[in-house]
Design a protein around this ligand. Structure first.
Ligand code: XMP
Length: 519
């Protein structure tokens, strides 16, 4: 298979580069800049992309890469910091810019005799200008011998450069971000014109190889256990395993009472009836409520839920004979060993809950068929497997469920209130055609009561916060600019239909400094 190697120097856009390459149906992987030459040779890239990064190449501890990688005779595209690295490696000079350049700029395509340069900017005529997104504090001041400028801006003469005879090139701007409107065409030209790759990475092809690999790995008499959560990832894993192994996969759904309206019934309907997967539904609602009684601290809630989940899951799993594997919906962003811009371990903001810890305790081997995929690719794979669209497009839902959307202690009544409000938000957001555009939209029950007036009477009731955010990966998020009319309908319906709520507020905080969930 043709593969592109993306070397990460700590840019906030590295994952976006990978997304773009895959969007163009070419397989790629991100590796840290410390990757060894031996590993690169083993990986056998058809092309290499060097990411941007927050450092300066002339600093003493600047991240670099084994120089042999840059001399491998494989096409290379350096982006921003990547261009600086190429400049330095091939004998040019990088200096601090007089002003940090951040934002939109107009680049002009230069006439060139460089074959690679022509191929890279094939979409533009000589002298044509195109909008690009700049974000840099350094610039190439002197080109290495044999390199030429293929595009420039008013303040950056070397906005794009290329070797005269070899397929080595750099861009000072960021073609991977949507603020460079024709950036995708440039990446496309790099892959298909310069590197001569073919767009053959499809979900159909991925599915066939995964099914084959799972069949090879799991013996005739062995079984795989799969935890279903109702979310996209675990559903896709279960459907994939069912396709590969038939009834040698056994699914467990822990109904902890913290799920959304109708979720348990939907899971049963789909997996038992449509996919014919052996499914155990563990009714643990009482048990979770009891364990959570009186607990307000968010971290305590998360720990209790994680521990209870493992206990219930383990007890159910023990009843399944010949279980040797546990399937998990780990995604690519979780396994990428990215370079942290700050370096060092980060603090725990929230203890995220998944089935971590289970495999060792139960002596199970892990199967993670989605390890190479991004979230939107998982949705495509789900569609390929025949999962219904409404499931494939489902917004993310946290492992601890509605428990982290009720501030303060959890009771059965409060769960019902937040579940009902959540269902209304879901209805209205879908009706307004916003559901798939938003990263998440949901209800949070606040630990306050306020005075209201309904009919002729005074009320003293609870408040619901509506949370809706735009995000690409959940790491950062912006509060969504939902039309007032939609917010108005949501508010009206919640106050009219949800017993015990007389006030609705809209959360207008972004992440950071807030987080998406309230706990
Ligand atoms: P925060 O609240 O940290 O959330 O900004 C970022 C994204 O992660 C989801 N989330 C979780 N997902 N287990 C999960 O699988 C968890 O414990 C968990 N907590 C938060 C959250 O919904 C958002 O999409």
């Amino acid at each position: 298979m043709q593969k592109v190697l993306i070397i990460d120097f700590g840019s906030q856009y590295t994952q976006l580069i990978a997304r773009r390459v895959r969007q163009l149906r070419v397989y790629c992987e991100i590796h840290p800049n410390t990757i060894s030459i031996a590993r690169v040779i083993e990986f056998a890239p058809a092309a290499i992309i060097l990411s941007g990064g927050p450092s300066s190449v002339y600093e003493q501890d600047a991240p670099t890469t084994d120089p042999k990688i840059l001399d491998m005779q494989v096409p290379i595209l350096g982006l921003c910091y990547g261009q600086h690295l190429l400049t330095q490696h091939f004998g040019g000079k990088v200096v601090p810019s007089q002003h940090r350049e951040y934002g939109r700029a107009q680049a002009i395509r230069q006439k060139t005799d460089s074959k690679a340069g022509k191929a890279l900017l094939e979409a533009f005529n000589d002298g044509e200008s195109f909008e690009v997104w700049m974000s840099h504090g350094d610039r190439t001041e002197a080109l290495p011998a044999d390199f030429v400028a293929i595009a420039s801006t008013d303040s950056t003469p070397y906005a794009a450069i290329a070797h005269r005879t070899q397929p080595i090139m750099g861009l000072q701007f960021h073609p991977e971000v949507s603020h460079t409107p024709r950036g995708l065409e440039i990446i496309e030209a790099f892959l298909f014109n310069v590197c001569d790759l073919a767009p053959i990475w499809t979900m159909g092809a991925f599915l066939t190889t995964q099914i084959e690999a799972i069949r090879q790995r799991v013996g005739e008499n062995e079984r795989v256990i799969c935890g279903l959560s109702g979310g996209v990832d675990s559903s896709v894993v279960a459907a994939l395993l069912a396709r590969a192994l038939g009834d040698r996969v056994a699914c467990i759904f822990v109904d902890n009472g913290l799920v959304r309206r109708g979720e348990t019934a939907q899971v049963c309907e789909l997996f038992e009836h449509a996919f014919h997967v052996p499914l155990i539904v563990a009714d643990a609602r009482e048990r979770f409520l009891k364990a959570l009684a009186g607990v307000s601290d968010p971290e305590k809630k998360r720990k209790i839920i994680g521990a209870e989940f493992i206990n219930v899951f383990e007890a159910e799993a023990k009843r399944i004979g010949n279980a040797r594997y546990l399937a998990q919906g780990t995604l690519y962003p979780d396994v990428i060993e990215s370079v942290s811009a700050k370096g060092g371990p980060s603090v725990t903001i929230k203890s995220h809950h998944n089935v971590g810890g289970l495999p060792e305790r139960m002596n199970l081997e892990l199967i993670e068929p989605l390890r190479e995929l991004f979230k939107d690719e998982v949705r495509l794979l789900g569609a390929e497997l025949g999962l219904p669209t409404h499931l494939c497009q489902r917004q993310p839902f946290p492992g601890p469920g509605l428990a982290v959307r009720i501030l303060g202690p959890i009771t059965a009544e409060k769960l019902e209130v937040v579940r009902h409000a959540d269902a209304i938000i879901n209805d209205e957001i879908r009706a307004a055609n916003l559901y798939e555009k938003l990263w998440q939209s949901f209800a949070v029950l606040l630990p306050v009561r306020s005075v209201g007036v309904m009919g002729d009477g005074r009320t003293y009731e609870e408040a619901i916060a509506v949370r809706a955010v735009d995000s690409v990966d959940g790491m950062t998020a912006d509060w969504a600019r939902i039309p007032y009319e939609v917010l108005g309908r949501i508010s009206n319906r919640i106050i009219n239909e949800v017993h015990g709520v007389n006030r609705v507020v809209y959360d207008i905080s972004s992440k950071p400094p807030a987080t998406i969930e309230w706990e």
